[in-house]
Design a protein around this ligand. Sequence first.
Ligand code: PGA
Length: 229
Amino acid sequence: MIYAANFKTNHTRESTKEYITDLQSKLGDKKPEDRVFVFPPLTALDSFEGDFTIGAQNAYPVENGAYTGEVGVEQLSEFNINTILIGHSERRDTIGESQEQVAKKFAFFKEQGFEIIYCIGESLEVREQGIEAVMEHLVSQFEGIDTTYDNFVVAYEPIWAIGTGRSATVAEIVETHNALKQIVDKPLLYGGSVKGANIAEISAISNVDGVLVGGASLKTETFLELVFH
Ligand code: PGA
């Protein structure tokens, strides 16, 4: 299983350092085949070492240059970061990244050999139209994406389940993940209100290869509850 912590715009440099130190001291007992990722805010990136992978929540698809307010590969390389989240719904919908921009970012970081956790997900409006509409939407989010890329993990995150406390049901996850695996045969994470109370049933689903976690990842206690469920 993959356990990925997405801090979003939470935690400082100092509290991230404390988090990572605490996490590392407790990861000794994790199953060797399990992988843990942490995506801190950009200002908290550092050369952390341990039984986990640190990734960037976002970056601009350049080495360096005149892109005010952005970071490129040069800034990530300083901390040996070669993992990135691309396509999160908060970047698509709140920040306004188009599929074209997302695909450009994907192509660039693929070229750099980055491990890419690529997020897709539908709105409640689409979900209410049924599985066909959902799949049509999810397929459209693979437009311009090389789904055969080796270093590629997909995260299915229904937007209506993110940060709402309302996870998708087991039946919804089973149906959607089964359909997605037919299209893209890559590790497939579920995200959206994953927490201690639902990790057992979600991780037991055969086509769920891991979880991408926001709220419940912010404290090591609640994140480790998932890793050691
Ligand atoms: P959540 O966020 O766990 O707080 O629902 C998940 C995510 O956006 O990755």
